[in-house]
Design a protein around this ligand. Structure first.
Ligand code: MEV
Length: 436
């Protein structure tokens, strides 16, 4: 993997108006990558041979648009955010929100990368005595676990904790205990590592407890591996098309309270967060299902489903905070195989799991902010329709400034349709005397 320089400024005005070749040129220059950097994502990024080695019964590869959200400053570093996603408006929304947050930037706090491995123990004769014996043996078990992963320990990671919970005193599985092994996975997501450790330790742990080993697998509720991201937006940045910044601020805070009171709204609020989160996870080759499962379990951790991000008014502005579990890795997984994922990490300058987690969380709070601002002012459809109109204009064959002219006319008439785009384009080209 190359070691690109940190990008200079990612404040790229009207980046969306550039052609693909010019966007690529600007990004490669910003990220300090070689001129052929995007070769990795041409022809789908993944060879059929590589795909065939990744999963079973392969018959092809499946592409998504690969884009870059701009304007992000995260922990004082100007950062490009790679995204792979099919939904229009997510990349634009993230870039817009990052522009609003840019004066103060996003700040993040990333916990140690500690994953939980679970060893279930069933048919325990005496759960209290079994749990007590496991607690007494915790240091010894941890020592054994550390000896199984010497190289991880050399890198400053490895097993760091062992505890036990009682799940049932009696029932179809008898007395049931679960032992949690806490493992600092450093820059790996850690699933293989944790599963291997649990499988290796299970017989011994069950024997000490006086029961039989059950499941041995990591937990995707990685509440020991979280990211907190904050941003603070001044009213001037929030103002929107004739709506004063203070009014937008109040409406966003009210939208946050709605999500805090109602799980039906909290779910959609969190979906807006996951728009940004998942797009970065997919682009960077992460296990996005694991993060999704963890995020929603975390959102419901106190028994009610809650928003992962909340927004509060302050004098002259708005403060946002997102806390979520984020198990990501910059080594292992698909990264060995997928050149597109490696390019995404290079563009982002994310070469540690910590840094990648910060970027993912910043993308999540950004798409949440953009969605709430749109919902709290003009509604979400106007922006969607404007982007959809540009897409239709391009699909109809418009290039250059004609894209904007066709899109503007479609949006103005409210007829955002493919046949209308073709008609408008034909008329404009006729007026310009251009051949079709
Ligand atoms: C659409 O992909 C996401 C939103 O529904 C999020 C939200 O309602 O906050 C706009």
């Amino acid at each position: 993997m190359s070691s690109p320089a940190a990008p200079r400024s990612t404040r790229l005005t009207a980046f969306f108006r550039l052609g693909v070749a010019e966007r690529r040129r600007r990004l490669l220059e910003l990220a300090g990558l070689p001129a052929d950097g995007f070769a990795a994502v041409d022809s789908g990024a993944l060879s059929i041979e590589a795909a065939d080695g990744m999963i079973e019964n392969v018959v092809g590869t499946y592409a998504l648009p690969f884009a870059v959200a701009v304007n992000f400053v995260i922990d004082d570093i100007d950062t490009l955010i790679p995204m792979a996603i099919e939904e229009p408006s997510v990349v634009a929304a993230a870039s817009n929100a990052a522009r609003m947050a840019r004066p103060r930037g996003f700040t993040t706090v990333v916990s140690a990368p500690v994953m939980i491995g679970q060893i279930q123990i069933v048919h325990v004769t005496d759960v209290d005595a079994g749990a007590a014996r496991l607690v007494a043996a915790a240091e010894e078990i941890l020592g054994d676990a550390r000896r199984l992963v010497p190289r991880l320990a050399q890198r400053g990671g490895g097993p760091v904790g062992f505890d036990v919970r009682t799940l049932a005193r009696s029932g179809p599985d008898g007395g049931v205990l679960v032992a949690h092994l806490h493992v600092d996975c450093r820059d790996a997501m850690g699933a293989n590592l944790v599963n291997t450790l649990c499988e290796a330790l299970a017989d011994r742990v069950a024997a000490i407890a006086g029961g039989r080993p059950g499941l041995r697998i990591l937990s995707n509720l990685t509440d020991g591996r979280t990211v907190t991201v904050r941003c603070s937006i001044d009213d001037a940045q929030l103002a929107s098309d004739g709506v004063a910044g203070a009014a937008v601020r109040a409406a966003i805070a009210a939208a946050s309270r709605f999500a805090e009171l109602d799980p039906y709204r909290a779910c959609t609020h969190n979906k807006g967060i996951m728009n940004g989160v998942d797009a970065v996870l997919v682009a960077t080759g992460q296990d996005w299902r694991a993060v999704e499962a963890g995020a929603h379990a975390y959102a419901a951790r106190d028994g009610a489903y809650r928003p992962l991000a909340v927004w509060r008014e302050r004098d002259g502005g708005l403060d946002g905070e997102l806390v979520m579990p984020l198990a990501v890795g910059t080594v292992g997984g698909a990264l060995h195989i997928h050149p597109g994922a490696r390019l995404a990490l290079d563009l982002a300058g994310a070469h540690t799991a910590d840094r990648l987690a910060s970027l993912v969380a910043a993308a999540g709070i950004a798409t949440n902010l953009a969605a709430l601002r749109a919902l709290a002012t003009e509604g979400i459809q106007r922006g969607h329709m404007a982007l959809h109109a540009r897409g239709l204009a391009r699909a109809a064959g418009a290039t250059g400034e004609l894209v904007d002219r066709v899109a503007t006319e479609l949006a103005a008439t409210g007829e955002v349709k493919a046949d209308r785009a073709r008609e408008v384009l034909a008329r404009l080209m006729g007026m310009l005397g251009e051949p079709r």
